[in-house]
Design a protein around this ligand. Structure first.
Ligand SMILES: NC(=O)c1ccc[n+]([C@@H]2O[C@H](COP(=O)([O-])OP(=O)(O)OC[C@H]3O[C@@H](n4cnc5c(N)ncnc54)[C@H](O)[C@@H]3O)[C@@H](O)[C@H]2O)c1
Length: 264
């Protein structure tokens, strides 16, 4: 991704949640490579320490914060670290997320709470906390990580699908309210991506079924999602607002009907 001259003069800061693993870690790395400073938030202290060591090449350019995005007090502490960096332009990428599968009639109320507290309330609270900085700076860019599961349904995952549908809706509605203030809000919707969330507990049979179902027959890479995030956050996407960009190997292009050339 090209960085334009006018961008180089600004101190740009990427705030990334879920930054110690998977898509969030790949997003954080891309922004650091592009010369951004970064505040990396995650609630897992061990993985956060490992990410800090892994990003040693950029020491001094980023701060790691143990943060629970579902907790407003925890986010307040994160914002103190963000303000310390005194950036001219803020990018917020909401990657923190959890997956609770299972049939609805067997789900506990706690499953609902966890699913929505992290994926929906966490995204809302982070946006609410960072938007004032963007308003002060008369600009900014937010990219939320939703999912193809928020566009159409998945078997055995109604709570997850509902939470990601909410993220897409939140993105669209908030984008309208802040576009005139120079703040663009978009989201990406990955399909199956090779991260701990997808790989842990996914057996060979399910993996084969995913590859069969995806039109490009490939499990996505976190770096491919990160490329889409960086694009949406960049000035190259200046006229894109409230958009949901699937990063899905063509999955959402397919309406689910079988091939008609099968017997040919
Ligand atoms: N991997 C996939 O197949 C896939 C597909 C579509 C969408 N997504 C979405 O992408 C995002 C990133 O997922 P991933 O695949 O990289 O998963 P991951 O499990 O590798 O990373 C998620 C990170 O979020 C952090 N996190 C969870 N709850 C948190 C909280 N309350 N506060 C702060 N951090 C918290 C975890 O500690 C972890 O580091 C999620 O929103 C997920 O729903 C993933």
């Amino acid at each position: 991704m090209e960085i334009r001259g006018d961008q180089r003069k600004m101190k740009q800061l990427a705030i990334v949640t879920g930054a110690s693993s998977g898509i969030g870690k790949a997003v954080a790395k891309k922004f650091l490579e592009l010369g951004y400073e970064a505040v990396l938030a995650d609630r897992n202290p061990d993985r956060l320490r490992a990410a800090e060591e892994g990003f040693g090449a950029w020491k001094g350019r980023f701060t790691c914060c143990e943060t629970d995005v579902a907790d407003a007090g925890s986010i307040d502490a994160l914002i103190v670290q963000v303000r310390r960096r005194k950036a001219d332009f803020h990018v917020l990428v909401n990657c923190a997320g959890v997956f609770r599968g299972g049939l609805l009639h067997e789900a506990a109320a706690e499953d609902y709470d966890v699913q929505f507290d992290v994926n929906v309330k966490g995204t809302c609270l982070m946006m609410k906390a960072v938007l004032p900085l963007m308003l002060e700076a008369h600009g900014g860019s937010i990219v939320n990580v939703a999912s193809v599961s928020g566009i159409r349904g998945d078997y055995n995952a109604p709570l997850y699908c509902a939470s990601k549908g909410a993220v897409i809706s939140l993105t669209r509605a908030a984008a309208l309210d802040y576009m005139e203030k120079g703040i663009r809000i978009n989201c990406v919707s990955p399909s199956a991506t090779a991260t701990p969330m997808f790989l842990s507990g996914t057996g060979d049979g399910v993996m084969r079924a995913f590859k069969e179902a995806l039109p490009d027959h490939k499990i996505g890479l976190p770096e491919q999602v990160a490329d889409a995030v960086v694009f949406l956050a960049s000035p190259q996407a200046a006229h894109i607002c409230g958009h949901n960009l699937p990063v899905d190997g063509g999955l959402t292009a397919w309406n689910g009907q079988p091939r008609q050339d099968k017997d040919a």
